[in-house]
Design a protein around this ligand. Structure first.
Ligand code: AHR
Length: 498
């Protein structure tokens, strides 16, 4: 099996943006409580922030974090989470049938983002609340002072405006599970009117309208078109959400999940551009893939049978080596679409389908999927290049014919460095990656790291938190004009050429 690849520095798709390496912190399970925040833990600071988690968040290279939900936001009163902690109410969280103590709220989150050195992205509740509450929250967060709500923020110990630029207009409003689930027509109008009012409060914000909850929703496509008919001029981004898992024994389709992600993105781009054409608009609406990950969702029985508990263990999935391979290929799909996908958030950050796991009595540790994210965030630099790959195909039930080898590359014009990301989907054969490098100066392989090859079912765990980490690839050579590298069967690879 061979993959012949042509690369040229002038075939640029778009610059790699830090917002492509976002994540998501929801008030769900142990993502906040027992995740990023755990007062009294041996590793926590005086404010309750877990510093071991923070170290891993920095190492992961996260650029932006969406908060506070998710389904949670559609029943949330933001006022509950500000002001003196002892006065904050305990509430029922209907989304996850949990007890919300509100010990952690907006100001704690913004302070945490500063410690983590990343950008906050907030969602407003358009499920049980509306335009007024969205504007109130924005005034509290971003208005400098001299008004009731901005002065309240100052009185709550945050004299400077938070300056949050990214705002989501609700969450998954097309989903019947969503509190306040509505029609595309009604949501589109509400999103447009909320956007207009919020921009009156702060014209510098960037707004995300809800697209479909996933590409399998019966209203997918029609939802996007109707919402944008109303909101196109008023928003900057349309959201996409997708979670992938292996269905039954259909491993061939699972290994090709990124082909599904490619098609999903292409479909939303086509719909947005269709609305633009109807409106005679030159605006290229950008996308915010603000929830993506692997999730064994079919094993999650939903929340209706849960006991009312504070921070229960919810969907703490364990990720295997094979999961890390597929996960890495999803990042490749996002990179390849960076001309239209400006924001992407790995859902979620800690414990809840998280790359980072935290326990009350141990230091935090990294799951297998941590590594492809951290390596891509660190080494995808400069511009994403349009890659021409000639290789074999194989057939899948879910995605039709898919290439056996998938390749994405970035080029940093300042340093001349090239980073190649490559996945071999073949289940038993290594692939020979053969890249024509004549368009570049002399390059040598500085590093070839991969996940996969064998032990595909292995995972890290609390007992063996360092069992799985990227391995060093051995079989590669360059003569400056050509790179040849061997990609193990079922593997995700990163090759750095300098
Ligand atoms: O990330 C878990 C949940 O998945 C989010 O709350 C929701 O938006 C999505 O359905």
């Amino acid at each position: 099996l061979t993959a012949h690849v042509s690369l040229d520095p002038s075939f640029r798709i778009a610059p790699v943006g830090r917002r492509l390496f976002g994540s998501f912190v929801e008030h769900m399970g142990r993502c906040v409580y027992g995740g990023i925040y755990e007062p009294g833990h041996a590793e926590s600071d005086a404010d309750g922030n877990r510093l071991d988690v923070l170290r891993l968040v920095r190492e992961l290279g996260v650029g932006v974090v969406r908060y506070p939900g998710g389904n949670f936001v559609s029943g949330y009163r933001w006022e509950d989470g500000v002001g003196p902690v002892q006065d904050r109410p305990r509430r029922l969280d209907l989304a996850w049938r949990s007890i919300e103590t509100n010990d952690f709220g907006l100001n704690e989150f913004v302070a945490w983002t500063r410690l983590a050195q990343l950008e906050p992205m907030l969602a407003v509740n358009l499920g049980t609340r509306g335009i007024q509450e969205a504007c109130d929250l924005l005034e509290y967060a971003n208005h400098p002072g001299g008004t009731h709500l901005s002065d309240l923020r100052r009185a709550h110990g945050a004299p400077e405006p938070h300056g949050v630029r990214l705002w989501c207009l609700g969450n998954e409003m097309d989903g019947p599970w969503q509190i306040g689930h509505t029609t595309a027509e009604d949501y589109g109008r509400l999103a447009a009117e909320t956007a207009k009012a919020m921009r009156q409060v702060d014209p510098d914000i960037e707004l995300v309208a809800c697209g479909s909850s996933n590409a399998s929703m019966p209203t997918f496509g029609a939802w996007e078109a109707t919402v944008l008919d109303h909101a196109f001029e008023h928003v900057d981004y349309l959201s996409l959400h997708a979670y992938y898992e292996q269905h039954g024994d259909d491993r061939a389709s699972f290994l090709a999940a990124s082909a599904g992600m490619d098609r999903f993105i292409d479909g939303v781009v086509a719909t947005a551009d269709h609305v633009a054409a109807k409106k005679r608009s030159r605006k290229k609406l950008m996308l915010s893939f603000d929830e993506w990950n692997l999730w064994q969702e079919s094993r999650f029985a939903g929340h209706t049978n849960l006991e009312w508990e504070r921070a229960p263990r919810l969907i703490e999935d364990t990720y295997t080596v094979q999961d890390a391979v597929v996960f890495g290929s999803l990042l490749m799909s996002l990179l390849r679409h960076s001309d239209r996908v400006a924001i992407a958030c790995l859902a979620q950050l800690v414990n809840v389908i998280g790359p980072i796991r935290a326990e009350p009595d141990r230091p935090a540790w990294a799951q297998t999927i941590f590594y492809p994210f951290a390596l891509t965030a660190r080494h995808a630099r400069g511009d994403v290049l349009r890659v021409q790959t000639a290789t074999g195909l194989y057939d899948t039930t879910e995605h039709g014919e898919v290439p056996l080898v998938d390749v994405v590359a970035t080029h940093d014009a300042e340093t001349g460095d090239v980073t190649v990301f490559a996945m071999n989907r073949h289940v038993s054969e290594p692939a020979l990656l053969d890249i024509d490098l004549r368009a570049f100066g002399d390059l040598v392989v500085a590093e070839h790291l991969y996940l996969g090859g064998d032990e595909l079912d292995a995972a890290n765990s609390i007992e063996t938190p360092e069992r799985i980490a990227p391995s060093r690839g051995g079989g590669h050579d360059t003569d400056g004009r050509r790179l040849r590298a061997s990609l193990p069967p079922v593997s995700w690879n990163m090759l750095r050429l300098v």
